[in-house]
Ligand binder design. Structure first.
Ligand SMILES: NC(=O)C1=CN([C@@H]2O[C@H](COP(=O)(O)OP(=O)(O)OC[C@H]3O[C@@H](n4cnc5c(N)ncnc54)[C@H](O)[C@@H]3O)[C@@H](O)[C@H]2O)C=CC1
Ligand SMILES: O=C(O)C(=O)Cc1ccc(O)cc1
Length: 311
C-alpha cells in the first residue's frame, strides 16, 4: 500500500515533531512524501536519535534543543512516551508562537490532556490526538510513511477548542491517509483500554507465564509454540517504557476492563471444569464472527505489513 502523490502546495508552514521514534519518524516520512509542510523540523531528547534523524534525512532541520525546534512552528506534535508529555510541554511552553497548534500521539488521552493544559499557555490551541496505528518496533528506523494509511486517528479536543484548529490538524491526518474521528478523552481511554491496553497486558502476562514455565519444561514452551503463542510474543515485544507509561496513566479504565475480563475468564474456567461444551462453543462462534466482521471492514491487522523493511 502506498501513499497518494505529493500535494501541489503544502498545507502547513512549519511542522515540528518532538520525539523521532516509530510514530514521530512515520509522521515525518509521510509529511515529506506528500509535501505537507513547507519546513519539517525534528527534535529528540536522545542525541543518537537526533544523529539518526539527520542521517536518514527525516527533516529539513534537526534542532539541538526543544526551544529551537518549536520556534515559529505552526503545528507541534509531541511523539514521546505518555509519561514524558508534561516535561516536554513545560520545556516548549515559553517558546511557542501565539496560535500554534500543539498536539500529541499518546496512547492515553485523559492524563495527556491534563499534562498539556497544566504547562501550555492559553494563546496556543491544544488538540490532542492518537493514531491507532503502530507496530511492536521502536525508534527512528522503525517508521514508515504508509503507517497511517486507512487507519483511525482519534482527536480529543478539550471543550471550547477552536474548531478551525481541530480542522487543520484533521486535514494533516487525512493527508497522511488516516480516517479522523473526534471523541472525549474519557471515552477514548475506555475504548482503548478494551481494544489495545488490556490485550497488550494479556500478551505480556501469557508470555511471562510461559517464560516462567520454560524453566520447568526446559525450553519446550518456546520450541513448540504454535501460532497463538507466537502472536502474543509479537505484542509482548512492544516497548517497555511506552507500555509502562500507558498503564500508569490509564489506570482507572484498565482496572475496570480487567475486572470484567477476570469475571469472564473465571466463567470460562468453570465451563471447562464442568465440561459445558455448549458454553465454550457458543463463545467461540461469537468471537469468530467478530474477527470475520473486522476483516470485512479492512482492519484485520494492528500492525500493517505495507512498506515495512524489517521483519
Ligand atoms: N508504538 C506504537 O505502536 C504507537 C505508539 N503511540 C504513542 O506514540 C508515542 C511514541 O511512541 P513510539 O514512537 O512508539 O516510541 P519510540 O520509543 O519509538 O520513540 C519515542 C522517542 O521519544 C524520545 N523521547 C523520550 N522522552 C523524550 C523527551 N523528554 N524529550 C524529547 N524526546 C524524548 C525518545 O528518545 C524516542 O526517540 C507514545 O506516546 C505512544 O503511546 C501511538 C500509537 C501507536
Ligand atoms: O502492534 C500492534 O499490534 C499495536 O497494537 C500497535 C499500537 C500500539 C499502541 C497504540 O496506541 C496503537 C497501536
Amino acid at each position: 500500500m502506498v501513499l497518494d502523490p505529493p500535494l501541489s502546495a503544502p498545507i502547513i508552514g512549519r511542522l515540528t515533531i518532538i520525539g523521532v521514534g516509530l510514530i514521530g519518524s512515520s509522521i515525518l516520512r509521510a509529511a515529506k512524501a506528500r509535501g505537507l509542510a513547507g519546513t519539517l523540523v525534528a527534535y529528540d531528547g536522545a542525541e543518537a536519535v537526533r544523529d539518526r534523524a539527520l542521517a536518514l534525512g527525516l527533516a529539513d532541520l534537526v534542532a539541538a534543543t526543544p526551544e529551537r525546534a518549536v520556534r515559529d512552528a505552526d503545528i507541534v506534535i509531541l511523539c514521546v512516551p505518555v509519561g514524558a508529555m508534561g516535561a516536554v510541554a513545560a520545556a516548549i511552553a515559553p517558546h511557542l508562537k501565539p496560535d500554534a497548534i500543539v498536539s500529541d500521539v499518546g496512547s492515553v488521552k485523559g492524563a495527556v490532556v491534563s499534562a498539556l493544559r497544566a504547562h501550555l499557555p492559553a494563546n496556543v490551541h491544544i488538540v490532542p490526538g492518537h493514531p491507532v496505528a503502530g507496530t511492536e518496533y521502536s525508534g527512528p528506523d522503525a517508521g514508515f510513511a504508509a503507517l497511517f494509511k486507512n487507519r483511525w486517528s482519534i482527536l480529543t479536543p478539550p471543550e471550547g477548542t477552536d474548531p478551525a484548529a481541530v480542522q487543520r490538524l484533521a486535514a494533516l491526518w487525512t493527508a497522511m491517509g488516516a480516517n479522523v474521528e473526534t471523541m472525549t478523552p474519557e471515552h477514548h481511554d475506555l475504548v482503548l483500554a478494551i481494544t489495545s491496553h488490556v490485550p497488550h497486558l494479556i500478551a505480556y502476562n501469557i508470555v511471562g507465564t510461559a517464560a516462567d514455565l520454560e524453566a520447568v519444561t526446559q525450553s519446550e514452551v518456546i520450541k513448540y509454540s504454535a501460532g497463538g503463542f507466537r502472536d502474543f510474543t509479537r505484542i509482548a515485544a512492544s516497548d517497555p517504557t511506552m507500555w509502562r507509561d500507558v498503564f500508569l496513566n490509564n489506570r482507572e479504565a484498565v482496572i475496570e476492563v480487567l475486572g470484567r475480563f477476570t469475571e469472564d475468564l473465571i466463567a470460562l474456567q468453570r465451563a471447562i471444569r464442568w465440561a459445558e461444551g455448549d458454553k465454550l462453543f457458543d463463545l467461540f462462534t461469537r468471537t469468530r464472527a467478530i474477527r470475520r466482521s473486522i476483516i470485512e471492514i479492512g482492519q484485520e491487522t494492528a500492525a500493517p505489513d505495507f512498506g515495512r523493511t524489517h521483519d
